[in-house]
Write a protein that binds this ligand. Structure first.
Ligand SMILES: [Fe+2]
Length: 234
């Protein structure tokens, strides 16, 4: 099964290689520079992760605000996968105005995310998500996915019971295995696939991006231009 079919009707997600790694390495340098935490852009990503892991919440918030200056993140990420994005959606896109940056700091209370599917946050059923770490992932530190058929079965079952994230879905958190990824790999998934994080052990912060995109020709439903912008792949 090819990647497009795998994402649309197979497992609902696929591990993909960055098509344009140079582009992405440059993005990582810009990310480090824009964080503004006394790191030069050539600093090793693991050193940056160690610094972030030692920061308190307000320091992390400050760094996140610094990142607002880095305002073409979504475009750079999409341009790291031009062929696949074009196969999925064509050249004319609606993209998330600002890609999401997630920095998970190790220790107690570390973000774990219950299983959810993207439609819950009002994005259209025509949307795809790229999730991409900035470094090799430690064991269990990535995202787990529930295959499409199973996800749909659970969603329909919950709908019939009038539930969202009822006991069946919440209990799934305990036995999930996140997908291992190396730097240079990403996951692209469709918005019906249940996914989430579990706790993991590391001394380093986990840094990942995600960005949502869809064809310009498809309906956007609940989202508007506060969230989306037009973008043509070059
Ligand atoms: Fe999500």
């Amino acid at each position: 099964m090819d990647t497009v079919n795998e994402i649309n009707s197979g497992k609902g997600y696929a591990i993909v290689k960055i098509e344009n790694l140079e582009n992405f390495i440059q993005l990582r340098k810009n990310f480090i520079k824009n964080l503004n935490i006394n790191s030069n852009e050539d600093e090793d990503i693991d050193i940056v992760r160690e610094k972030i892991a030692k920061m308190n919440k307000s320091e992390i918030n400050k760094a996140m605000i610094n990142l607002l200056k880095f305002n073409n993140l979504s475009e750079i990420i999409l341009n790291s996968f031009p062929k696949l994005v074009k196969q999925l959606c064509g050249e004319e896109l609606l993209i998330q105005r600002r890609a999401t940056v997630i920095m998970n700091v190790p220790g107690k209370g570390q973000a774990k995310q219950w299983p959810h599917y993207e439609l819950m946050s009002g994005i259209s059923p025509f949307t795809y998500v790229i999730w991409i770490p900035m470094h090799d992932l430690e064991e269990n530190s990535g995202v787990y996915f529930v295959e499409l058929e199973k996800s749909l079965e659970l969603i329909k079952k919950e709908e019939a019971q009038g539930l969202v994230n009822g006991p069946t879905v919440l209990n799934m958190m305990s036995d999930q295995k996140p997908v291992p990824l190396k730097f240079g790999e990403a996951i692209i998934f469709n918005p019906f696939v249940l996914h989430g994080n579990i706790q993991f052990k590391s001394n380093l912060a986990r840094i990942a991006y995600n960005v949502r995109f869809q064809s310009f020709k498809k309906p956007i439903l609940q989202k508007n231009t506060d969230y989306l912008k037009y973008y043509k792949l070059n």
